[in-house]
Design a protein around this ligand. Structure first.
Ligand SMILES: Cc1ncc(COP(=O)(O)O)c(C=O)c1O
Length: 444
């Protein structure tokens, strides 16, 4: 069943409306496919996280994990809502800075930050680096010494908790490319080394335990383990720590059966685990940072497609093709992600057939949804796929030389284009033809 998130509703014409805008009109105006973001809903979610923390009395930062969807407009929105930003590349950092996002509210993640990226971030004066490995620690230390400065750093540690959806696994040693392992004391060595590295100032610890998490027990266990390490760092290694970053991973409702908690509920559980663990260790309460990505923009995003061809294989399946696919949403092909869809112009009509939604790429695996019940739909109808706000546009590609869609923010009946559609010229703008292959027509 198609779930109406945020400000989505069915209007008097029986059309899907988001942010007070009729989605069929949005497609007429901005073309198809089209990403539509419910701006009011995004703001509401950020405020819910902040409310949760305000109620807890803890010092905090809500740092939007920009990898989920990184554009200048979303950076501005997060800034307006008092959020911070987590970036993982020079490109994400550049996007944020070019949108006048305050550098001191940005922290930089990544397991292989290049020297150029570190230098760029140092020159920009970002708030903190989340150091992932010894190589980076040395590199950053050396760059800071060259500049005669100290960079604030957190160490990313792997506490041996792997949480996904309704489950969490407590593992002795985590098989992950990220961070310093707590179980075999690599994290302890990293803390000692950080304290000895001139040029860096260790201010806290970071962990991120997974994605699409619907329960809080994994966070509580990770907080308990990391706080033990934090206590060791302060009392045995002599560190002066004040920040605990517990990462992101809060789940959203992609489809029926998904049961995420409200932002306030996650925060209540995290705050209580932090207070409990830090009290037990006799430590002053830290500033708590969270890094939600998916849960801030995921359910606020909807992709609108135009339906095209239909292939009926009697007794087998009906394929309904749309004018996008794995280029704007690689998640079903990458990890069998599931989505819900509705015909935006026929929201009040009863489902009459079960179809599978195919993309237009030259790949059999380019399927967006298997077996969805929809009303009778024809070529030209608009198909809405919900919950496409996170890791869709940001993972989009130009496979088959298909341009990326436009993105609009909608709110209060107004739509604003925040990323324009890629044109054919955009698709060839980086191409070069070697001189020996030039033809007279190209020299014009
Ligand atoms: C370190 C870190 N923080 C935050 C996030 C955001 O996670 P989510 O979008 O599930 O909230 C990720 C996602 O991969 C991550 O690796």
């Amino acid at each position: 069943m198609f779930y109406l998130h945020g400000t989505s509703r069915i209007n008097d014409l029986g059309h899907l409306e988001i942010g007070g805008c009729d989605t069929t009109e949005l497609v007429s105006q901005y073309g198809s496919p089209l990403f539509v973001y419910d701006e009011t809903y995004i703001r509401q979610i950020i405020r819910s996280y902040r409310n949760g923390f305000d109620n807890s009395g803890l010092q905090y930062e809500v740092a939007y994990a920009s990898k989920a969807f990184c554009t200048q407009a979303i950076c501005r929105l997060v800034e307006e809502e008092g959020g911070s930003l987590d970036v993982v590349s020079m490109g994400e950092l550049y996007t944020a800075l070019s949108a006048s996002f305050p550098a001191e509210r940005i922290h930089f993640h990544g397991n292989n930050k290049t020297p150029e990226e570190l230098e760029y971030a140092l020159d920009a004066g970002i708030g903190a680096f989340v150091i992932d490995n010894f190589h980076e620690m040395q590199l950053l230390g050396a760059l800071c010494r060259q500049r005669g400065i100290f960079a604030k750093v957190l160490l990313r540690v792997t506490p041996g908790v792997d949480a996904h959806t309704h489950d969490y696994i407590s593992t002795g040693q985590q098989d992950s490319k990220f961070g310093f392992d707590v179980s075999n004391e690599t994290a302890h060595r990293a803390i000692e080394q950080a304290l000895q590295t001139e040029g860096i100032q260790l201010i806290g610890l970071h962990s991120h335990i997974g994605s699409s998490i619907f329960i809080t027990e994994g966070f509580a266990l990770a907080i308990e383990r990391v706080s033990r390490l934090y206590e060791w760092a302060v009392n045995s290694a002599g560190a002066n720590l004040s920040v605990l970053n517990v990462g992101g991973g809060f789940g959203i409702r992609y489809q029926e059966g998904d049961t995420p908690l409200a932002p306030e509920q996650y925060i209540e559980a995290i705050a209580s685990a932090v207070k409990h663990s830090f009290d037990q260790h006799g430590l002053p309460l830290p500033k708590v940072v969270i890094e939600p990505g998916r849960s801030i923009v995921g359910a606020a995003g909807t992709t609108l497609y135009t339906i095209g061809s239909k292939k009926v294989i009697p007794g087998v399946r009906t394929y309904l093709a749309v004018d996008g696919g794995m280029t704007d949403n690689p998640r079903p092909a990458l990890y069998q992600a599931k989505y819900e869809a509705a015909v935006a112009s026929r929201m009040l009509e009863e489902p009459v057939e079960t179809v599978s939604i195919a993309g237009k790429c030259c790949e059999s695996g380019d399927m967006l949804i298997w077996d969805v019940a929809i009303p009778h739909a024809e070529a030209g109808d608009i198909l809405a796929v919900s919950c496409t706000g996170a890791y869709n546009y940001s993972m989009a590609s130009n496979y088959n030389r298909i341009g990326r869609p436009a993105v609009v923010f909608v709110s209060g009946g107004e739509a604003e284009e925040v990323v324009r559609r890629e044109s054919l010229d955009d698709l060839v703008r980086l191409d070069r033809i070697p001189a020996r292959m030039q033809t007279p027509s190209l020299q014009k």
